[in-house]
Design a protein around this ligand. Structure first.
Ligand SMILES: Nc1nc2c(ncn2[C@@H]2O[C@H](COP(=O)(O)OP(=O)(O)O)[C@@H](O)[C@H]2O)c(=O)[nH]1
Ligand SMILES: [Mg+2]
Length: 423
């Protein structure tokens, strides 16, 4: 709970359709229910505590007060309550609990936050699933797989933006197995999940870091790059929140100076997450100068994570790429000891277009990873596999909504289970 960014991921084989796992889910539900009742009793205490924290955060901010009418006002308390409420013991709960159990979580470690996240992820991938899995399962039926089933699968994979490369890899692997033995649909599905996990895990394994987390007691600089509207600023705000809740110290650099509203938007996220923002009000201020100031501030405050928001004009505009490489040069010069990550933010609703963006940015922005946003409501969630297999970049975080908690480190097991869930 404490170190959300450092949670290790266990790859355990799954067999989650047993009576035992339903029992496990029931126990987890009872545990959370008791906890919630206890929390309600302590509500008064928490309210007081919250007030103290808010005041503390406000004092540590160096951002001005923002207008109450700002279009990006603070998340409503309703959102928070929804996130903290234990729903019914329903299919969503049992599915989420099963995924946690399959990952080797202990009953005592199951938190409402984990359950809520998985439920959101699973719901978010609904559209991708509809165009893919529902049909897939219909076609697979109960009989052993046939070569024709593989042709259908190929079409479905391509249609969900999985990309030619990853699709070929999956179909080839399945075909080889099919030539060797009879595959029933259950084993076919298990094998498919395994293949999908392997594809997204490969670039992650190559980095040697299963989860991207800042190195403690050192300066880490994460640049968020990508075209307009993909969710860079929103992701930055969510990351700031995640970093703070994992007890890292953080700072934000508002280096998107291209649009006037951009700086204000970053400040709102700074306020939401309780992280200070380094900004320059002058229109078209030099982003590299802001990053310069931010690195100075981060060093003097011994900040662990500096998050840098950048502008996102079309990637065909070469001056954006020049701007990015200038920012990068400043970082390399001023903070050679820092761990620098250049994260491309991709809007999953753009499907394969996102992939060509990745290719364009990869050349000039020295990309080290990808954040996939807007998986809620996208029918093209399969693009994650295209990114991993074609751009060969590790997916580091995924976003499934506009709320501050709607972003988590990418976990291939959870992603594939959510994508192919059949409840
Ligand atoms: N549904 C949904 N909307 C998102 C998500 N991430 C960002 N957005 C929305 O996408 C829009 C553009 O986001 P913004 O962060 O300003 O993009 P930027 O131009 O890349 O900085 C905003 O309306 C966000 O609320 C997500 O994961 N899900
Ligand atoms: Mg922005």
């Amino acid at each position: 709970m404490e170190d959300k960014l450092e949670d290790s991921i266990l790859d355990k084989p799954i067999d989650n359709n047993t009576e035992d796992s339903l029992d496990w889910a029931k126990q987890a539900y009872e545990k959370l229910k008791k906890q919630q009742e206890k929390n309600k009793l302590e509500k008064l205490d928490i309210e007081v505590e919250k007030e103290v924290i808010t005041t503390k955060n406000e004092q540590s901010l160096n951002v001005e007060d923002l207008s109450k009418n700002s279009r990006n006002d603070l998340i409503s308390s309703e959102d928070i309550v929804k996130d903290d409420d234990l729903g019914d013991f329903d299919e969503n709960f049992t599915w989420s609990a099963k995924v946690l159990e399959a990952q080797g979580k202990k009953l005592d470690d199951v938190s409402l936050e984990d359950i809520n996240w998985l439920t959101k992820l699973q719901r978010g991938l609904e559209k991708t699933r509809q165009g893919f899995v529902t049909e897939l399962l219909d076609r697979f039926g109960d009989d052993p797989l046939t070569p024709e089933d593989l042709d259908d699968l190929e079409t479905l994979l391509l249609r969900s933006d999985v990309g030619v490369y990853a699709t070929d890899q999956i179909i080839d692997a399945l075909r080889t197995r099919l030539n060797e033995e009879v595959l029933d649909s259950k084993e076919g599905l298990r094998f498919l999940k395994e293949q999908l996990c392997q594809i997204v895990d490969l670039p992650i394994k190559e980095t040697g870091k299963q989860v991207l987390a800042p190195e403690r007691h050192n300066l880490n600089i994460w640049l968020l790059v990508g075209v307009n509207g993909v969710g860079k600023t929103t992701t930055l705000g969510k990351l700031a929140n995640l970093a703070l809740s994992s007890n890292f110290t953080a700072l934000i650099a508002a280096a998107d100076t291209f649009r006037a509203a951009a700086v204000e938007q970053v400040k709102v996220w700074g306020k939401r997450s309780g992280v200070s923002v380094i900004a320059n009000e002058t229109p078209n201020a030099d982003p590299a100068a802001i990053v310069f100031d931010a690195i100075g501030a981060a060093k003097s405050k011994k900040t662990e994570l500096l998050l840098v928001d950048t502008a996102g004009r079309l990637q065909t505009k070469s001056n954006l790429m020049e701007e990015l490489s200038k920012v990068r040069k400043i970082i390399d010069r001023l903070a050679p000891e820092a761990n620098v990550e250049s994260l491309l933010v991709l809007d999953s609703t753009q499907g394969q277009n996102g992939l060509s963006q990745a290719m364009a940015f990869a050349k000039s922005a020295k990309l080290t990873g990808v954040v996939i946003t807007k998986l809620d409501g996208s029918s093209r969630g399969g693009v994650a596999f295209a990114v991993a297999s074609q751009a060969k970049l590790p997916i580091r975080f995924i976003g499934v909504g506009e709320g501050i908690r709607d972003l988590k480190p990418f976990n291939s097991f959870e992603f594939v289970e959510a994508l192919l869930s059949n409840k």
